[in-house]
Design a protein around this ligand. Structure first.
Ligand SMILES: Cc1cc2nc3c(=O)[nH]c(=O)nc-3n(C[C@H](O)[C@H](O)[C@H](O)COP(=O)(O)OP(=O)(O)OC[C@H]3O[C@@H](n4cnc5c(N)ncnc54)[C@H](O)[C@@H]3O)c2cc1C
Length: 643
């Protein structure tokens, strides 16, 4: 059995959905053909896709035959700390030895470093099939290849990578050895951001990095909840400067820098000399195959990544990828919940019929199926856009002449791709994580009393799902990001907004395809919500224009916004607006698929049928609720200041 082969919707993307011919030239920079095939590359697009299909088949079989049967055991057999080192259950180590032996840690890593050079999107699909077996195994797996690719990306962006434009091969990077170790399955890394008093609020981070007299960076502080924090390579975000006042560019997020810290050095006698102290691992509700660590740093040697003050920006680049990864992780769990629920409902009889013939349960199962397909459409779209963004950003730096027309065109393309990826990612992370919880809960409920026992594993799915809306930025933070981007976009280019609204309105009434009219209707609802919120927020500013000098009007209307204080109604309704945006985005991605395959129409029909009442509800609430609460909160700042 393979969790890839038995999933027709997933296979559709590899076989028809993904535009490999567009992506491949940016993955295989040396081109395609007999010479390239001889050197480990591919003869043709079909040749490449066949290889990746085999990889997916293998990963799917491993997930079905090796990971899934051990999921209950991994849930019970917890890791522990002994003599300052983490000891995993042997079953966990065996799985990861097998993943290393299959070469999957180096799946996306370029061949120059011992990897397979597969597209990132293939890595994401592997993440989904692994997650269907056990989300926590997928999580730990992702801190291998994901960190290797981050090392490569950061080195390339800061300019410490050397590239041969003739052979189109990477000659070296600042962290070649680390990347090779990870690709070989000998090491992994992690992302150390959260601190005891700073989670969502990264501006409150206090871990500090200072330079000694020789300019070496030394890092001190504590990080908590670090997934796979027993790894060797740590990306750590730390404060490099105390702000002098709130206007200092180093205040808040601007004072953060990114560092690479090695958790230990290998001593001459083969023993580890630890730089980072592994204090403890958390006792958690679920997700037990993934260790969550508390770490302390006491003047640890650290390498600055990029420039001082770039930490937040660089971390966001890594997080965009990671959030798409969580999207696929959530979809894997949704798929597991759907299949478990469906199989139980088909076998269990109640009141003369199997459960799946009862309308109410059939409705749940139908909605779960529709949601999985819709989420996967958004996830593959986001991954594709993100991959093209990253690859073309590097081509801009290394492959085209600066200042040339080609560079200008590529720059414009990178900008558009960045925007497409950036707008899809928080919607995916938010919706997929929330749906995973909803589906795991429904799966448990469909199992009745048996779901509440450990017999079927439905309760494990629910426990595992609950972390998805928390890590890599909570659901609320994703909703706030999506809302902020949408509204600032409107303020920056109101004409484009008016054009989009007119188009959506026209299409919703007159498009030749009735189904597209409904897709446009969803987009129109999202635009109407944005217009309502902006009118609500900007109204007082417009009224203040007569007292503002004409030369300052633009600043007043476009630039002088503080999203923390000025956006009250938008912050209040952020999850509803993000819900509208996600429903519309998924409908549009599914609509675009019809150009390739009319057979996808029923999926879009199902999505639209489910999304329309949600959109009406969200829009209605945005327009007609919240004033009372906002008025109460407006009186609260004095009380807050007095705390
Ligand atoms: C299993 C697990 C693994 C993790 N792995 C990592 C890791 O590898 N690396 C790492 O650095 N961190 C990791 N984390 C930490 C995780 O990223 C944080 O828990 C998360 O960012 C939330 O931060 P917090 O826990 O401090 O909650 P808070 O930030 O205190 O938030 C509490 C609640 O308030 C909401 N909230 C906060 N601010 C706002 C706002 N402005 N508007 C509306 N709502 C708001 C949040 O959505 C949340 O619901 C992990 C956490 C867990 C549980």
């Amino acid at each position: 059995m393979s969790f890839y082969d038995d999933n027709a919707d997933l296979r559709w993307y590899v076989e028809r959905g993904i535009d490999w011919a567009r992506l491949l030239p940016h993955v295989e920079l040396g081109g395609l053909g007999p010479a390239q095939a001889e050197a480990g590359g591919y003869q043709s697009v079909e040749d490449a896709v066949q290889t990746w299909t085999e990889v997916l088949h293998m990963a799917g079989a491993f997930a079905a035959d090796e990971i899934a049967p051990r999921a209950a055991l991994l849930d019970r057999a917890h890791a522990r700390v002994e003599d300052g080192e983490l000891v995993s259950p042997p079953e966990h180590d065996q799985l990861f030895d097998a993943i290393a032996a299959m070469g999957l840690h180096g799946l996306c890593v370029p061949r120059e470093f011992g990897g397979m050079n597969a597209p990132l999107v293939i890595y994401m699909l592997v993440a989904e099939v692994f997650s269907r077996a056990d989300v926590s195994v997928m999580t730990h797996h992702s801190f291998h290849g994901g960190i290797a690719m981050a090392l490569l990306m950061y080195s390339a962006l800061e300019g410490s990578t050397t590239f041969d434009p003739d052979s189109r091969q990477i000659l070296s990077t600042r962290w070649s050895k680390a990347i090779e170790e990870i690709a070989a399955g000998e090491a992994w890394g992690c992302m150390d951001i959260t601190e005891p008093d700073a989670g969502s609020d990264m501006a409150a981070l206090r871990t500090k990095a200072e330079q000694d007299a020789d300019g070496n960076w030394l890092l001190s502080g504590q990080k908590i909840f670090i997934t796979s924090g027993h790894g060797k390579y740590h990306f750590v975000i730390a404060r490099t400067e105390d702000a002098k006042d709130p206007d200092d560019p180093f205040a808040g997020l601007g004072g953060l820098s990114l560092f690479l810290v090695k958790a230990w050095e290998d001593g001459p006698d083969g023993r580890r000399i630890r730089n980072i102290t592994l204090e403890r691992i958390e006792e958690k509700l679920g997700h037990h195959g993934s260790a969550t660590c508390t770490l302390s740093f006491d003047r640890c040697p650290a390498e600055l990544v990029g420039q001082r003050g770039e930490g937040f920006k660089l971390m966001l680049l890594l997080m965009n990828n990671a959030r798409i990864g969580v999207g696929f992780e959530a979809i894997g769990l949704c798929e597991a919940a759907l299949r478990m629920a469906r199989s139980y409902a088909a076998g269990r009889r109640s009141m003369g019929r199997s459960l799946d013939r009862h309308e109410l349960i059939a409705d749940w199962l139908d909605e779960m199926q529709t949601d999985v397909c819709g989420l996967r459409a958004l996830a593959v779209h986001a991954a594709f856009q993100e991959e093209l963004t990253q690859r073309k950003r590097l081509e801009l730096r290394y492959l085209v002449a600066p200042g040339s027309a080609e560079a200008a065109a590529l720059e414009a393309e990178v900008k558009a791709l960045t925007w497409a990826s950036r707008s899809a990612t928080p919607l995916l992370k938010m919706l997929a994580a929330e749906k995973a919880v909803e589906m795991a809960r429904r799966c448990l409920q469909i199992h009745g009393g048996a779901g509440y026992t450990t017999e079927y594993g439905a309760e494990r799915l629910l426990r595992d799902s609950l972390v998805l809306p928390i890590y890599e930025g909570t659901t609320q933070i994703q909703a706030l990001m999506a809302t902020k981007d949408a509204l600032l976009g409107l303020l920056r280019d109101p004409k484009a907004f008016v054009r989009q609204s007119a188009r959506a309105s026209l299409d919703s009434r007159t498009h030749r395809d009735p189904l597209y009219r409904r897709v446009a209707g969803l987009r129109l609802a999202a635009l109407q919500a944005q217009r309502h919120l902006i009118q609500r927020i900007a109204g007082p500013r417009v009224l203040s224009l007569p007292q503002t000098p004409l030369a300052r009007w633009r600043d007043r209307l476009v630039d002088d916004w503080d999203p923390r204080t000025d956006f009250g109604p938008a912050l209040l309704h952020a999850e509803r607006l993000a819900g509208l945006l996600a429903d519309a985005a998924i409908a549009e991605v599914l609509w675009a698929q019809l150009a390739k395959d009319e057979g996808r129409r029923p999926i879009l029909e199902g999505w639209v049928e489910r999304a329309e009442p949600r959109a009406r509800d969200n829009l209605g609430r945005i327009k007609h609720s919240g004033e009372r609460l906002l008025a109460r909160l407006a009186q609260a700042p004095a009380a807050e200041a007095a705390k």
